[in-house]
Design a protein around this ligand. Sequence first.
Ligand SMILES: Cc1cc2nc3c(=O)[nH]c(=O)nc-3n(C[C@H](O)[C@H](O)[C@H](O)COP(=O)(O)O)c2cc1C
Length: 366
Amino acid sequence: MADARILFDPINLNGFALKNRIVMAPMTRSFSPGHVPGEDVAAYYRRRAEGGVGLILSEGVSVNTTTATGTPNVPNIVTDEAKAGWKRVIDGVHAAGGKMGLQLWHEGAIRDPSKTEHPDIPSWSPSGFKMKGKPLWEPMSEAEIETAITEFVDAAVATKELGFDCAEIHGAHSYLIDGFFWAETNLRTDQWGGDWKGRTRFASEIIRRTREKVGPDFPLIIRLSQWKQQDYAAKVAASPEEMAQWLTPLVEAGVDIFHMSQRRFWEPSFDGSSLNDAGWAKKLTGKPSISVGSVGLSGEFTAAFGGESSEPESLDRLIEMMAREEFDLIAVGRALLQDPEWALKVREARTDDLKTFTKEALATLS
Ligand SMILES: Cc1cc2nc3c(=O)[nH]c(=O)nc-3n(C[C@H](O)[C@H](O)[C@H](O)COP(=O)(O)O)c2cc1C
């Protein structure tokens, strides 16, 4: 393996100082009964901090107790009990020398009301559907859009007040915010749809109003993805020019860091360049970026989330891309879910000790 030291160089992202470049990717674990993260959840995150991760991003955390959530046992950031649970989490991570942010999540059209505690409450989405041509609900009203924005802002303020080091707004993977970005799921003709300005307005308002409340120094990350749960080959932006139109309003609204979700970090975004999505986000906006996707996985798992199988890339490729400063941080999901000491082992070149990801790891909070 090439010299992995670059992954462990400290970095300062416009005042947000991190001890290394390794980020724990947000991963829903569904281990929070009553939507409250308990002691086992706190211990799970603390183990990753002890394992040398530079920045931990939490699993998706619901911004309300009704429309935002359709996945069982997902924690929220709304009730007093859940906030007390998160306080225990961040205190444990800090005690272990780590840094952490909450990922703020609204499931939008991906929520299936029939499988939730509130089956009579329809899901929220810009145009009322998950798949084009199959309307399921009414499009969000102006009042519902306003409520959703306020809920995201309140969740970010609570995140800061609890002592977290940053917040990540989940704007990826077909959930509510992403539903506004993607022209296939946003057919609105009012100010919340249409051109790039309209389709980015919902996210921009969340960022702008959050920024007003949390001040200039609290780092705000937004996670974005070209791919959709309904269509892995989808692209919100078909060219770098379109990606600039997508990201620039978010910068103007006050976002600090782009977290570009890809299933395989080494795949180029557009013809004619080897840059991936995080590479383009940094190049187009000048903002720091986080990449992700199949770091440290075997071939079997690089095919996860649909799509064709692909040979895994070694860490050498990642190290080369980091050395060229294409992006600043790398998020690691399943490898860290499996092995809390993944970062330590890579730093010490103990590659034989690395535990290989297996699906069985999903069943426990080890
Ligand atoms: C069990 C599991 C749960 C996930 N939950 C979330 C989530 O809550 N929010 C999110 O943005 N991505 C989520 N993801 C995607 C990961 O953050 C990450 O992008 C993906 O696993 C690819 O990284 P990896 O190949 O290193 O695992 C999840 C992935 C897994 C495996």
